[in-house]
Design a protein around this ligand. Structure first.
Ligand SMILES: [Zn+2]
Length: 161
């Protein structure tokens, strides 16, 4: 497919749904490109989207590029794009591009899961520390685990919890 065929094949809505967004009745989703978008400021049109919060504006290619942090070429290949005749080399390029994007997504979701778990641990051990007598075995154990979890959190996000 070339660029125009891809645009005819996928609506903007198809693409955002692939990333797990569900436009509300008015056709808005929570904008993935600025944080704290509680009211859903991104309007999904047939072939592009516009965020009234941060002014992000783009088509399906730009959306994929920025969601997957990839180049236009990778997004194009990812969406089924082909450059001219499909030689074995090109096929390999496409597979490589898809694998690269899949790997990035995988890493992102692993990181998210690890962070979730880590925040859970921090909350749990903080509550435990409140419950137990300071310097008791359990208290010391929880303190130790809390420090570990805080360290992991720092490693994952670069900021203290
Ligand atoms: Zn936005």
């Amino acid at each position: 497919m070339d660029k125009d065929q891809i645009k005819q094949t996928y609506s903007m809505r198809d693409i955002v749904e692939q990333y797990g967004f569900r436009p509300n009745r008015a056709g808005y989703i929570k904008c993935p490109f600025h944080s704290g978008d509680r009211t859903a400021s991104m309007k999904i049109y047939a072939h592009d989207a516009h965020c009234f919060g941060c002014n992000w504006n783009g088509d399906i290619f730009k959306f994929v590029q920025e969601m997957d942090n990839c180049s236009f070429k990778e997004a194009f290949l990812q969406l089924g794009g082909e450059y001219g005749k499909l030689t074995p080399e090109r096929k390999r390029d496409i597979q490589k591009a898809r694998a690269a994007v899949a790997e990035r997504r995988q890493k992102e979701s692993e990181k998210k899961a690890a962070l979730q778990e880590c925040i859970c641990d921090i909350d749990f051990y903080r509550a435990e520390i409140e419950r137990w007598e300071p310097m008791s075995d359990r208290w010391c154990f929880c303190m130790n685990e809390l420090q570990k979890a805080l360290y992991v959190h720092g490693e994952l996000t670069g900021v203290p919890y």
